[in-house]
Write a protein that binds this ligand. Structure first.
Ligand SMILES: NC(=O)C1=CN([C@@H]2O[C@H](COP(=O)(O)OP(=O)(O)OC[C@H]3O[C@@H](n4cnc5c(N)ncnc54)[C@H](O)[C@@H]3O)[C@@H](O)[C@H]2O)C=CC1
Ligand SMILES: O=C(O)C(=O)CO
Length: 386
């Protein structure tokens, strides 16, 4: 069995043993655990992605809860190891939990936490940045400057797409998709078309109100449309951003056939999960359609890119940094720690995981609840009345 080489220990005499598979930003999450009698062990091993064996070694013989990462494979093996060690709680430091087999967690009675809300705006801002970077060819132009190729202004130099008055398409208009839609509609006066399994009523109201405001000021009003299929969005939108969860209904949602129906000069952005796009088909499409551009934060086989992608000028690629702002990452660590702590202490589950602000206020103690437990119903956990 692989032995973790280095562990940082806080509050060695704490009653409850909580393990974090990675160092996480900030210290509030550590302090909150220590204050509640936890011994906190942080794996500081210099290996980016821990294997299942590494994590089993970290769990050891006694472990009350684990804070883990989206790169780890939390399935039957790890939940049974955690359960054998007396553990009752695991939290991803992420909102997405496609790396977690929730049925396996249910089988062992382990609560699974995630970190919604605190990363919504940060992730949407990166999606907006990628939309702009791709539409206006910012990375290509930057490389050109640094290569000393700029001889002077030219009418045809790095001509890209104007966003104003065009249509932004959102697939998955949940927390992040709706925040992104609002940014693009309000910031760039784009019309909206979206596809989701559920109606995004607040988003629709926002666009309607903004359209009325523009009209009252003598400007062209923005509009919205809820599409009846994903294909409708792909066919009609000029900029499309993907924000659904990853599950079997969204795997390869964008593939050879769906790429073929998109506009030749469309911009496609993915800040959800890599496998939502068939990346091999995307590389081929980018090669065949040089005016089609993408902005990608996530990849099908992270940390790798499919062959050919890195050579394409019409692709902007960044390493899964959409939630990487200081405030957000510290908040994610706090929510993940409080998810685990809440279960250890027998606290109820927060009633609305879309409103986690009370847990993020540094000037007040957090509510005595777990902010977001995705299998709370399956485990029959009590819900907070606060
Ligand atoms: N790149 C990054 O760093 C980050 C990626 N994410 C990803 O973004 C995802 C969304 O996060 P939130 O907006 O907070 O979640 P959310 O649950 O609020 O939104 C997801 C939306 O997708 C919709 N959806 C589910 N299946 C669908 C389908 N087949 N077709 C269309 N829509 C469908 C849901 O109805 C929901 O409205 C996460 O699950 C995660 O995978 C989240 C944060 C950062
Ligand atoms: O939270 C998530 O799901 C991420 O991908 C990282 O923030």
């Amino acid at each position: 069995m692989a032995k973790p080489v280095s562990i940082e220990v806080w509050n060695p005499n704490g009653k409850y043993r909580v393990v974090s598979t990675k160092p996480m930003p900030g210290t509030r999450w550590i302090n909150l655990l220590i204050e509640q009698d936890c011994r906190v062990e942080i794996c500081t091993q210099k290996k980016t992605i821990l294997s299942v064996e590494d994590i089993i070694a970290l769990i050891g013989d006694k472990c009350d809860g684990v804070i883990g990462q989206l790169t780890e494979d939390w399935g039957e093996t790890l939940f049974s190891a955690l359960s054998r060690a007396g553990g009752k709680a695991f939290s991803n430091m992420a909102v997405g939990y496609n790396n977690v087999d929730v049925n396996a967690a249910n089988k062992y009675g382990v609560a699974v936490g995630n970190t919604p809300g605190v990363l919504t705006e940060t992730t949407a801002e990166l999606a907006a940045s990628l939309s702009l970077s791709a539409a206006r060819r910012i990375v290509e132009a930057d490389e050109f400057m640094r290569a000393g190729l700029y001889d002077g202004w030219l009418p045809n130099l790095f001509v890209g797409n104007l966003l104003k008055g065009q249509t932004v398409g959102v697939i998955g208009a949940g927390r992040i998709g709706s925040a992104y839609a609002r940014m693009m509609v309000e910031g760039f006066k784009m019309n909206l078309i979206y596809y989701d399994l559920y109606q995004a009523t607040r988003l629709e109201k926002f666009v309607t109100a903004y359209g009325q405001f523009l009209k009252a000021n003598g400007e062209q009003p923005v509009t919205w449309k809820r599409a009846s299929s994903m294909e409708e969005v792909l066919r009609e939108a000029d900029v499309i951003s993907l924000h659904p969860i990853l599950d079997k209904t969204t795997y390869h949602l964008v593939n050879k056939d769906s790429l073929a129906i998109m506009k030749k000069e469309a911009v496609l952005v993915n800040c959800s999960r890599g496998p939502v796009i068939d990346e091999v088909a995307l590389v081929e499409h980018l090669k065949q359609n040089p005016m089609f551009r993408v902005g990608l934060d996530v990849f099908e086989d992270e940390p790798y890119m499919k062959p050919g992608l890195a050579d394409l000028k019409n692709a902007v690629v960044v390493p899964h940094i959409a939630s990487a702002s200081k405030w957000t990452r510290e908040g994610m660590a706090t929510l993940a720690a409080l998810n685990v702590l809440g279960k250890i202490k027998g606290y109820p589950v927060w009633s609305n995981p879309n409103q986690v602000e009370p847990f993020l206020n540094e000037n007040a103690p957090p509510p005595a609840a777990s902010p977001s437990i995705v299998n709370s119903k399956a485990l029959g956990l009590p819900v907070s009345r606060l």
